[in-house]
Design a protein around this ligand. Structure first.
Ligand code: PGA
Ligand code: ZN
Length: 404
């Protein structure tokens, strides 16, 4: 089987923060079509593929980019997603396209291929990756801080809830209930939490300790199967010279390490993302050695979804953001390398999102351990929770067919 590209179009569209991002549309010989769009981070990590500049909304953007894309892709046939994405990477190397363009085109092509086979994106990706599909646990954002806040009081970019329930429905319901409890308890203190870009509540005038206590209490009240997770996003806290701004304090690396070890114990934190700057390898090694078997340590800006950066000594798991590496195939190979090294996979949103739900299909296709979507508010996040609920039915059908 091969897939011949008939048309390729790009357009500038809005993300959830009202910024411009890219959507691609691909049609194949035979009539199958696919659409894909790319999220947009507020502050991309320094190790990831850079995004291209978008000329504006609508098809205006198409005027600049497609020359190289049209020449190398349109009218050509590709055996599979891998061959297509390798070609995209080569075009990007010759003529900078940007991660937003390459990922949108990669997603649109994958969807068109799935459509032409009469299958879903998740089934197509599982076949491409040779993986066993399964439902990930959602990491549900309760409270936002870090770069989302104008204050220093809460350094955690996200304080999240992880539910160890026995179904996605139970996990999402637990997340909704705890989120509401936090909102109500804040309101009882006369504080309004405003959903941040990733829909965690942004709270003014409370310290990170108060916020962790708030979240831990609300979780404990609901169920003993809930725990907290935190994204430290330490690349953004790093002040240079191995020092970090943590709340109102400036800490050296060793003090930061001791602080984070104590926090995991004090507040029952089950997962810590990006505890240190990506270049602070000795601290990553030490922290992961101390946490292993007890707490998941996840590298986001550390690995930037790059298969060549995988090092299982630095963390116990990897955060996968498709636009960090720029194609689906690059993401699949980072996932495969990490898994072969015994690491946990966590698929992640970005701070600015579109309505695209491909990250859910990817997480289910890989049978990833976790998926990080944001808080249960606003369409850009809700569309992902809803897609997981749909995919769960598909998984049920698969299970039923296997049992028949
Ligand atoms: P980002 O943050 O938008 O900087 O990628 C999202 C996250 O890590 O949750
Ligand atoms: Zn992160």
């Amino acid at each position: 089987m091969s897939y011949r590209i008939e048309t390729l179009n790009l357009r500038g569209i809005l993300d959830s923060r009202g910024e411009t991002t890219v959507e691609a549309e691909v049609s194949l010989a035979g009539g199958a079509r696919g659409v894909g769009s790319t999220p947009r981070a507020i502050a991309p990590g320094r190790r990831e593929r850079a995004r291209g500049v978008i000329a504006g909304l609508g098809p205006r953007h198409a005027g600049r980019v497609p020359d190289a894309l049209q020449r190398c892709l349109v009218g050509r046939s590709f055996a599979d997603l891998g061959e297509f994405d390798r070609t995209l990477d080569r075009i990007h190397e010759m003529e900078f396209l940007g991660a937003n363009v390459t990922l949108s085109v990669s997603l649109a092509f994958a969807r068109a291929c799935a459509f032409s086979e009469g299958t879903s994106l998740s089934t197509h990706l599982a076949a491409a990756a040779g993986t066993e599909p399964g439902m990930p646990r959602p990491l549900i954002n309760l409270l936002s801080g870090g770069i989302h806040s104008t204050e220093h009081a809460n350094p955690f970019q996200q304080i999240m809830l992880v539910s160890f329930g026995n179904s996605i429905q139970a996990d999402v319901e637990a997340g909704l209930a705890v989120y509401r409890t936090v909102e109500e308890r804040l309101a009882a203190k006369g504080i309004t939490g405003i959903p941040s870009a990733s829909s965690g509540l942004l709270v003014s005038g409370m310290s990170w300790r108060q916020l962790l206590e708030f979240a831990a209490d609300a979780a404990a009240q609901r169920s003993s199967t809930l725990a907290l997770a935190v994204d430290v996003a330490a690349e953004h806290l790093h002040q240079g010279g191995g020092r970090y701004r943590f709340g109102e304090e400036i800490l050296d690396g060793d003090a930061m390490l001791e602080h984070l070890c104590a926090i995991t114990t004090d507040y029952g934190v089950a997962l810590v993302e990006d505890p240190f700057d990506p270049d602070d390898a000795p601290r990553w090694l030490d922290f992961t050695r101390r946490m292993r078997g007890r707490v998941e340590v996840i590298g986001d800006d550390l690995y930037a979804t790059d298969p060549n950066r995988i090092d299982a000594g630095l963390a116990t798991g990897i955060l996968l953001k498709m636009d960090q590496i720029g194609t689906l195939t690059g993401t699949l190979s980072a996932a495969a390398r990490a898994r072969a090294a015994g690491m946990t996979l966590c698929i992640s949103h970005r701070s600015g999102e579109t309505e695209d739900t491909a990250m859910c299909d990817l997480a289910v296709a890989l049978g990833a351990g976790f998926i990080k979507i944001g808080g249960p508010r606003r369409g850009d996040r809700i569309s992902k929770y809803n897609q997981l609920l749909r995919l769960d039915e598909q998984l049920g059908d698969l299970r039923n067919r296997a049992a028949a």
